[in-house]
Write a protein that binds this ligand. Sequence first.
Ligand SMILES: [Zn+2]
Length: 65
Amino acid sequence: MADRQRWRPVLFSCPRTGSKVQALLAEEAIGLGTYETVSCLACSGVHLVDPTDGRVLGATFDGTR
Ligand SMILES: [Zn+2]
């Protein structure tokens, strides 16, 4: 119950389905200049998303390709 984490919605395009997907990222992770792993609601995969602008790094890294 001591969850003081703040979450911020980030909109990104799923590279696999092309759908716009909204995900929640920890606010403290935003602004570090790193990509965040995001569970995708559209394809049930995981993407690396830049929280600052919603860009997706590459496609996926779950070995589908
Ligand atoms: Zn996806």
